[in-house]
Design a protein around this ligand. Structure first.
Ligand SMILES: Cc1ncc(COP(=O)(O)O)c(C=O)c1O
Length: 274
């Protein structure tokens, strides 16, 4: 058997997904709405405890729309030094939203409240103003490590003290949820917007959701259109993601993920006691 470990994005649609795709009810999502996409957006908004959600062709576009909506040109946004938006989104925050990213180094393997707090500049009319803090959970470059809800909340509190809004890149929030035993909504409670993905280790061919309050998602919809991200019969893609939402949190892929994590934890414990 050939096992491809290059990335968790190489996972392919399951038989159930392919059946859902074949029979998906579709419409024109630009003209009068695609019913399957609408169902996915409603269900994921509910799952994340947010007013509204919007389907995107990719997580990158959803992240960039969140930055555009929650920041202001000529200001600074804060993110972990190895965050996806820093390393892998082609300097999109600068190119598309006119912001500079102030990267945060923490003592541990990824951004925490202490590191974030230290990174902030003093309030000063002649220093760049901060508008947004971008979090990532699980953290891809830190090997998929999880920030528990308490850690996320602590970073939210720092952000609010500094009058910043909070975006969560939750491309793998499902994994953070299964690993920590906290519900996805318990994480998203501390964020203005949350991006979640269905194509990382879960088999869906493409697609991500951005969730937030009604006003923020209304503006994200405008930016999505500007970037050419409004799709037509998007139910073809949304139907694959919907099969996952129906299974959450018992999706077999996530159960395997938890099992692998347990193996790693046990090995760590064993090597400590040697
Ligand atoms: C943490 C994180 N955020 C965002 C993305 C972007 O997702 P997409 O490939 O759908 O643009 C990825 C992709 O791997 C990722 O790992």
């Amino acid at each position: 058997m050939h096992i491809d470990l290059r990335s968790d994005t190489v996972t392919k649609p399951t038989a159930g997904m392919r059946r859902a795709i074949a029979s998906a009810e579709v419409g024109d999502d630009y003209l009068d709405g695609d019913p399957t996409t609408r169902r996915l957006e409603d269900q994921v908004a509910h799952l994340l405890g947010k007013e509204r959600a919007l389907f995107f062709p990719s997580g990158t576009m959803a992240n960039q729309c969140a930055i555009a909506v929650l920041s202001e040109p000529g200001t600074e946004i804060y993110a972990d030094q190895f965050a996806h938006i820093v390393e892998r989104e082609m300097a999109g925050a600068a190119a598309l939203s006119g912001v500079q990213i102030r990267t945060v180094r923490s003592e541990g393997p990824m951004m925490d409240a202490t590191g974030l707090s230290r990174a902030f500049r003093p309030f000063d009319p002649y220093l760049p103003r901060a508008t947004l803090v971008c979090l990532e959970n699980t953290h891809n470059s830190a090997g998929g490590m999880v920030t528990p809800v308490a850690g996320l909340r602590a970073m939210h509190d720092v952000a609010r003290e500094r009058r910043c809004r909070v975006h969560l890149d939750g491309a793998r929030l499902w994994n953070a949820s299964v690993a920590s035993g906290s519900l996805p909504a318990e994480f998203s409670e501390w964020c203005d917007t949350v991006m979640v993905s269905f194509s990382k280790g879960l088999g869906a061919p493409a697609g991500a959701i951005l969730a937030g309050d009604d006003a923020v998602i209304h503006r994200a919809n405008e930016v999505r259109k500007r970037l050419g991200g409004v799709m037509r019969q998007s139910g073809i893609l949304a139907s694959a993601a919907l099969t996952l939402v129906a299974e959450m949190p018992e999706a077999p892929q996530l159960v395997i993920d938890r099992a692998l994590q347990l193996i790693v934890e046990r090995r760590r414990q064993a090597s400590r006691s040697d």
